[in-house]
Design a protein around this ligand. Sequence first.
Ligand SMILES: CSC[C@H]1O[C@H](OP(=O)(O)O)[C@H](O)[C@@H]1O
Length: 387
Amino acid sequence: MSFLTCFSRYRTIWLKDLDTVQIIDQRHLPHEFVIEDVLSLDEMCVVIKDMHVRGAGLIGCAAAYGMYLSLRKLCTSSSVEQVRECLQNASKKLCATRPTAVNLRVGVEKVGRAVESVLGQNGGGSVEAALEAARKEAARITDEDADFCRRIGEAGADLLQKLYERKKSSASAAEGELKINVLTHCNAGWLAFADWGSALSPVYAAFDKGLPIHVWVDETRPRNQGASLTAWELAKHGVAHTVIADNAGGHLMRTGLVDVVITGADRVSSGGDACNKIGTYLKALAAKDNNVPFYVALPSSTIDWQLRDGAEIPIEQRGDDEVKYAEGLCEDGKRRRVLLTPESSSAGNWAFDVTPSRLVTGLLTERGLAEASEEGLAALFSEVDRT
Ligand SMILES: CSC[C@H]1O[C@H](OP(=O)(O)O)[C@H](O)[C@@H]1O
């Protein structure tokens, strides 16, 4: 079995046995592949907050399994009231870990509702029934996340194919030299979801169909998810890519080296504003100025139907050490953290920004492409109750 085949068999989260959730601890990538056992709600909160797992879809799945793990600690004779209390406490703790990606809150709420539906039956249900309902719902959310992302890939590959055909008909380069250049920011690949990814899923689907494709990978300071995770994923899949400094994108767009920008999102408002990793907004501005299409790829679980204006999305601020220090593998093969700034300097660490819908060419969802507007999203998801 090749290295690639080996990794393509992994999802990012799974249940090993009824007491143990397993995850890939992404802090060690790209240099080490480490699987971590998560045994309790409190451990899951640390895993999410300290970003052993990250990415909107994946933290939604992790939070759902966190709700399940909280119930594992109850004794079988616990009352319905104790089950409800336990879930309320778990929900509060999980929602406090990372505030921006809406998938986390949605995962927590869905498990809460699934458990409530069995508790409500015949005036009271057992702890076993509650546990089984929570486990099933967490698994369902995870499967759905993977399935939505796979479908985003199919829709996005068609889009990339069309861009390629257009480029072929207008380009002077020989066909053998033609390729589609995608620029992406942060990591919205399979590591950020249960599987496949959002922004990278179209890249994988197009590559697997034989489309010549190359990806410009923003390093994505301060945590470098592009340099360490996106580059690792693409390398494992065999996709040609080049890691670039975060500030290079504007120059590349201006000199015709980018055909399309595709990013993920942590929360999209019902009006089509897209909140994503800090720096995304600047890429969207540069894309607009250079007529480069700018797509945001997301499963519908990332849409916050209750929030119309992206300016209201809570922006997570993380510790200043993430900006002041960089971490990596040294020449002696050891991993170290080094200080980049004067010891006394303070640093600001806004983790996300919001790109207004007017800068977004389209939203790539599991149901296909939507215009980035209230009308565009409503047309694709007409069944959703927006009240
Ligand atoms: C929507 S998936 C990937 C998404 O998650 C990243 O954030 P983080 O690594 O802080 O969890 C980033 O915004 C990506 O686009």
